[in-house]
Design a protein around this ligand. Structure first.
Ligand SMILES: *Cc1c(COP(=O)(O)O)cnc(C)c1O
Length: 392
């Protein structure tokens, strides 16, 4: 039996997978079990910011494996402390809690919002405002604030008193705001929902609504953070700072780690005993995250993303102009989307099978470009040639 057959016989069927078995990666290239090379413009869903086997990353993991992989959070460890210091420095936040995934980072952020509301003495029917077309993860808490009824409905009832506002419509948020509002949660750039960056007016306006009422602003930077937008965190490009933020995906460059960070009152809202994780921030993942943060700084990854992201932007504008199937182009840095007037599933599939180009979609009609951040302009050119062949 093939790997695909064996997987279909065993793994829980919540995915419809493409019929490719990847075995190896190098730089921005993937290789399947037959040795065929692919150009990777998906980065394992915006995770492999530094691509595969970036110098120093494997070595950081290997040397930590030889020392100590896990101890639990009952004790202190050196790599978590170092990773925390570096993450606080680049974000300007006050405190960080390491998790194992993005969803868990969202859970932690929601617990801060709840604890903060409790500390403020808000009545128990306080509300959290989330955005339509948002995506924050699949756990019960994260699903509760995910603005996609299709994902939520089979699992109702979820957390009560979540109000959904229209993204980038400040009046919509304002009309839901009241003295009951405990927090607003949103992605700075919506990812799964179709690559919609927040407008500056919107983000600043929501910040002001929160400031005037004491509600917390939670920004989900799990996909758009870690330099993907061209700033280390997307909100830094807007001059707006959240009370709580979440990071994951690229933080461990493939090693499972996430984090929630907080500043001001939010940084002390939870106290000893309020939250925990057995693995969260273990020495192994933190040694890698710490190294990843060093590399982003030393190699000025945000600067590279700005340059190559602008190049990708120009190329996708040209592609849009040349095809009547492309109706919109959005995004910045290396988080961009092309919206088609047809579902993109076939394009994504044909690109993979016929052109050996890995692309991923965001919703039904949008192709999402979230390649490794280390791609070159040559890689962009190669991707465009392949994609044009598929579209035609
Ligand atoms: C991927 C993602 C999550 C969930 O992260 P997991 O690591 O899959 O749990 C949450 N929010 C955003 C914006 C994401 O892109």
């Amino acid at each position: 039996m093939t790997t695909i057959d064996r997987a279909e016989n065993t793994l829980y069927k919540t995915y419809s997978r493409f019929p490719v078995v990847f075995e190896r990666g190098e730089g921005v290239r993937l290789y399947d079990d037959k040795g065929t090379e692919y150009l990777d413009f998906g980065a394992g869903i915006a995770v492999m910011g530094l691509g595969y086997h970036y110098p120093g990353v494997d070595e950081a993991a290997k040397s930590q494996i030889e020392k100590l992989v896990h101890t639990s959070n009952l004790f202190y460890n050196i790599s978590a402390t170092e990773a925390a210091e570096k993450l606080l420095k680049v974000s300007g936040m006050d405190r960080v809690f390491f998790t194992n995934s993005g969803t868990e980072a969202i859970e932690g952020a929601l617990k801060i919002a709840k604890r903060h509301a409790y500390n403020r003495g808000l009545p128990a029917d306080y509300e959290i405002i989330a955005m339509e077309h948002s995506f924050h993860g699949r756990s019960i808490g994260a699903l509760s604030v995910t603005g996609n009824a299709h994902y939520r409905e089979p699992f109702d009832p979820l957390i009560p008193n979540i109000r959904f506002a229209e993204f980038n419509n400040l009046d919509s948020v304002r009309s839901l705001f009241s003295e009951k509002t405990a927090a607003v949660i949103m992605e700075t750039i919506q990812g799964e929902g179709g690559i919609y960056p927040a407008t500056e007016e919107f983000l600043k306006g929501v910040r002001e609504l929160c400031d005037n009422s004491g509600a917390l602003l939670i920004l989900d930077e799990i996909q758009c953070g870690m330099a993907r937008s061209g700033s280390m965190f997307a909100w830094q490009g807007y001059g707006v700072k959240p009370d709580v933020m979440t990071v994951a995906k690229a933080l461990g460059n493939g090693f499972p780690i996430g984090a929630f960070l907080a500043q001001g009152e939010a940084a002390n809202a939870m106290t000893v005993g309020d939250h925990g994780s057995t693995y969260g921030g273990n020495p192994l993942v933190c040694a890698v995250a710490s190294k990843v943060l060093d590399i982003y700084k030393e190699k000025d990854i945000p600067g590279h993303v700005k340059t190559v992201g602008e190049y990708l932007f120009v190329k996708l504008e040209e592609l849009k102009a040349s095809s009547d199937k492309v109706v919109a182009h959005r995004g910045k840095g290396l988080i961009q989307g092309l919206e088609f007037n047809v579902p993109v599933a076939d394009i994504v599939r044909n690109a993979l099978i016929n052109e050996h180009l890995v692309l991923i979609s965001a919703g039904k009609n949008v192709i999402r470009f979230v390649p490794p951040l280390v791609i070159t302009e040559g890689d962009v050119d190669e991707m465009v040639v392949k994609l044009l062949r598929v579209i035609r």
